[in-house]
Write a protein that binds this ligand. Structure first.
Ligand SMILES: Nc1ncnc2c1ncn2[C@@H]1O[C@H](COP(=O)(O)OP(=O)(O)O)[C@@H](O)[C@H]1O
Ligand code: SF4
Ligand SMILES: [Mg+2]
Length: 337
């Protein structure tokens, strides 16, 4: 998938203002990868995920699916291509009809798309049930008879029946008990190999994103701040926002890769109704300078395959390592550990 200068806006309830939920992002989703998207609540992750599967229309820019702009497709052709791009939501109940049996829910998308016949769909549905680690007797149950983790497995089986190429996973383990998150993430990894899947894994949880991603993108107020190979983003983040996010988390990393200093972000995330001028992270950035209020930083490839939007990000990471925070801001944003 190729996302090109994508912008998505929503009117406020009284229609007097516009929320720029996604405000000009450019990136590619590579075949077979898991692209993790991380950012605080309200940074536009869900809207971006919905746009990737054509559930929301951009005001400008576009998403190409295998080189095709879905906006120009109609009817059967549109349904066929859209089926390749599926989404699983945070709420395990979101896609399950409480009055339908689990098997009926699982086969519903294939039925709508007219795949196979009734018997073949049921066979495939039962096979998918097994693929996601559920017993066959679950088939006849109703959603309220299942745990959150089991329902999320059903949701995965449901999207698999249409054999998608890409699955957008929006906070898929956030509503689940911590003790079962690992097993669901492992299931996603197993299914990726079995079904040759590409994932866009959206989460606010750094431990989830570092566990599963090949590449990581970092969003802030509707924009991408950084995108690169997962290890590189975690080990040597280029953007001050990523540095702060990563330094705040007890990551399951070897000690030589763990951030040594915690950067505490000052202040609240600004309103998306009125994002700061220039760099929208500048009101919380420990190394902001006058230029940051005047010029929007360019989205540029700073290292090989590693992109960032910061005036001072350089290949060696020097000007954005937080090393000069003390010099410029009296160290109020840093908490030595
Ligand atoms: N359907 C909608 N109508 C109005 N505003 C919306 C809608 N969906 C999202 N927003 C707004 O867009 C911004 C981004 O939201 P969202 O994409 O849900 O972010 P995230 O998933 O990162 O929390 C928020 O300010 C949110 O209130
Ligand atoms: S452009 Fe300026 S404000 Fe934005 S992240 Fe870089 S240093 Fe901070
Ligand atoms: Mg969200």
């Amino acid at each position: 998938m190729s996302v090109q200068d994508l912008r998505i806006e929503f009117p406020t309830r009284d229609r007097s203002q516009t929320v720029k939920a996604v405000d000009g992002v450019d990136f590619e989703v590579l075949r077979g990868e898991t692209l993790g998207i991380i950012g605080e609540s309200g940074s536009g992750k869900t809207t971006l995920g919905r746009a990737l599967v054509s559930l929301v229309k951009p005001v400008s820019g576009r998403v190409l699916h295998g080189g095709t702009d879905l906006a120009i497709l109609r009817g059967r052709e549109l349904r066929r291509v859209r089926a390749d791009y599926q989404i699983v939501f945070q709420d395990p109940n979101a896609a399950l009809n409480p009055r339908m049996t689990i098997l009926d829910s699982i086969i519903e998308p294939a039925e709508i798309l007219g795949h196979g016949n009734d018997a073949s769909r049921r066979r495939d549905g039962l096979d998918m049930l097994a693929q996601v680690g559920l017993a066959l007797e679950v088939a006849g149950r109703y959603p309220h008879e299942l745990s959150g983790g089991q329902k999320q497995r059903v949701n995965i089986a449901r999207v698999l029946t249409v054999r998608p190429k890409v699955i957008v996973c929006d906070e898929v383990v956030a509503a689940l008990d911590v003790s079962i998150r690992g097993s669901i993430l492992n299931l996603f990894a197993d299914l990726q190999r079995s079904f040759d899947l590409t994932y866009v894994f959206i989460t606010h949880d750094i431990s989830v994103v570092s566990h599963i991603s090949d590449r990581i993108g970092v969003t802030y107020l509707g924009k991408l701040m950084e995108l690169g190979p997962a290890e590189d983003v975690i080990d040597r983040p280029l953007h001050p926002y990523s540095q702060a996010l990563l330094s705040a988390e007890p990551l399951p990393l070897p000690s030589n890769l763990r951030p040594t200093r915690r950067i505490i972000l000052q202040g609240e995330i600004p309103s998306p109704l009125a994002p700061p001028s220039g760099c929208r992270f500048r009101t919380r950035c420990p190394i902001a300078e006058a230029k940051c209020a005047e010029e929007v930083p360019q989205w540029r490839q700073v290292r090989n395959g590693h992109w960032a939007a910061c005036h001072f990000a350089r290949e060696d990471g020097h000007s954005a390592t937080g090393a000069n925070c003390n010099d410029q801001k009296g160290g109020s944003n840093e908490d030595a550990e």
